[in-house]
Design a protein around this ligand. Structure first.
Ligand code: SAH
Ligand code: SF4
Ligand code: F3S
Length: 464
């Protein structure tokens, strides 16, 4: 079958889609780069905010009309399938099958059934009832049989070290849709990482919803996340080792010291604060106070040279007062994040916050607070990036810049003077976006770039 996959949501979902491409190709299907001509459309969905779900509902509405004219199989995969289950298919009869994030190994069979005209569903059991160990093993096999050729980049790869989340922040749907927290064995992670390194990728990003909570026990031996980093960092071909997303609570000294001592571990920490106010942090069940978060930031600055922070914030959580909001503004001003993602609170059905607290901050107030945090971060982001002017950074060149890609899409000629030069984009070890001119042949290689200018979101420079 000709299949088109649209992926929403976080890096974990993008990794799942990459694995799905491999699975479906080895089952004899063809994966299309665009929707045109597709016999099946699969949505790998996200439930983290209402907005992400609305996008899928609107696609499903359009698909219903398409199905009136021709045969088309529509599958909903991922977190939304798991959250809504059959009720989604009842409301959107265009849906032919559902597949939860813990069931992607069943996808080839689901597609066959759908092709035969049967409505099929593969979801995880409610996490309160049981963990399906067989399914976990089957998923593990999917990760391990991964084909590096399906990796979207030739220089970078994402490798999962954990599944699920046990933290239950009160606003968050992830623990309900991604299931219980499980750390993969260090042997399995190492095997997969080696495979990616042998295939030529040299920047590996370890993934987990709370990646630094990684902990694996085998008899008497416990592998902590810092131990895992040490083990992986010494593998041949490893040039950069990264990890996302971290939880502030589990950032122990051992991890900060590993970041200092292991030369290829990148000095980049994405540890979302969510709020700067103790009252909100408590209501969110984040498990730390503002003072503890501040301590983490100062310990990291002391121990890890050149450390760079990124963060997430939620504005308009139930009960958030102007004073709580000011505490978030203050936190942004003090930390000096490289970038911060700022979200308006969106109640998720079934979560503790949705059950217990009224969504009482008016939309207009959420919008204003969102803009205020964005403005504070813009100022900090600019100051952060300007520190690098005059410095030379190692950059992994990941592709053309967004501007250049847009030009390509409009089929405009390149405006550069030297004809083979385009605007390239890369990432520094601290995860800064770096833009500079150069030949396309440099994509997927490393270069030294001298920084000459900065904006609130990126650095500009000249290759040396
Ligand atoms: N596991 C990661 C990311 C989880 S989802 C972590 O714990 O950091 C990514 C971000 O979405 C969160 O950090 C949070 O800022 C935001 N988010 C999650 N649930 C939300 C909700 N109900 N409304 C608004 N933002 C939300
Ligand atoms: Fe959600 Fe909290 Fe788990 Fe992150 S740590 S995935 S915000 S429950
Ligand atoms: Fe969304 Fe699921 Fe990721 S809810 S953020 S795709 S874990």
């Amino acid at each position: 079958m000709k299949i088109y996959i649209e992926t929403l949501g976080c890096q974990m979902n993008r990794l799942d889609s990459e694995l799905i491409v491999g699975l479906l190709q080895s089952a004899g299907h063809e994966i299309l780069a665009a929707r045109r001509g597709a016999e099946a459309v699969l949505y790998n969905t996200c439930s983290v905010r209402q907005h992400a779900e609305d996008k899928v509902y609107s696609r499903l509405g359009v698909d219903a009309k398409r199905k009136a004219d021709r045969s088309l199989i529509v599958g909903v995969l991922g977190c939304m399938a798991q959250r809504e289950g059959k009720s989604l298919a009842r409301r959107y009869p265009a849906v032919d099958f559902l597949c939860g994030p813990g069931r992607i190994h069943e996808l080839p069979a689901l597609l066959e059934a759908a092709r035969a005209g049967r409505f099929v569903v593969a979801l995880d059991p409610d996490r309160k009832t049981s963990i399906d160990l067989q399914a976990v093993e089957a998923l593990e096999a999917v990760d391990l049989s991964r084909d590096p050729a399906c990796c979207p980049s030739e220089s970078q790869a994402f490798v999962r070290v954990m599944r699920g989340c046990d933290r239950f922040c009160t606003y968050c749907i992830v623990p309900y849709v991604r299931g219980a927290e499980i750390s993969r064995s260090p042997e399995a992670v190492e095997r997969e990482v080696k495979k990616m390194l042998v295939s030529g990728r040299s920047e590996i990003t370890l993934l987990g919803q709370t990646v630094n909570r990684y902990r694996h026990k085998n008899g008497e031996t416990t592998t902590r996340f810092s131990d895992l980093l040490a083990r992986l960092s010494s593998l041949a071909g490893m040039r950069r080792l990264r990890f996302v997303t971290s939880h502030p609570v589990d950032f122990g000294r051992d991890l900060l010291e590993a970041m200092r001592d292991l030369p290829n571990v990148c000095p980049y920490i994405h540890a979302p604060a969510q709020s700067g106010s103790d009252a909100m942090l408590k209501r969110m069940n984040r498990g730390y106070t503002r003072a503890q978060y501040d301590e983490l930031i100062s310990a990291a600055r002391q121990i890890v040279p050149d450390v760079v922070f990124a963060g997430d914030f939620i504005v308009g959580f139930p009960g958030e007062t102007d004073a709580d909001h000011s505490a978030s503004v203050d936190l942004i001003r003090r930390v000096g994040y490289k970038n911060a993602f700022i979200f308006k609170y969106s109640p998720r059905p079934g979560t503790t916050a949705a059950k217990r607290y009224e969504d009482d901050v008016p939309e207009a107030v959420k919008r204003r607070r969102n803009l205020e945090l964005l403005a504070a971060q813009k100022t900090q982001g600019l100051a952060h990036h300007r520190q690098y002017i005059g410095r030379t950074l190692e950059v992994l060149i990941t592709g053309k810049s967004a501007k250049e890609k847009k030009k390509d899409a409009r089929q405009e000629p390149s405006s550069q003077t030297t004809s083979d030069h385009v605007q390239l984009q890369g990432r520094s070890r601290g995860d800064h976006v770096v833009l500079f001119e150069g030949p396309e042949s440099l994509i997927d290689t490393y270069a030294e770039v001298r920084i000459t200018d900065a904006s609130d979101l990126s650095l500009f420079g000249r290759i040396i």
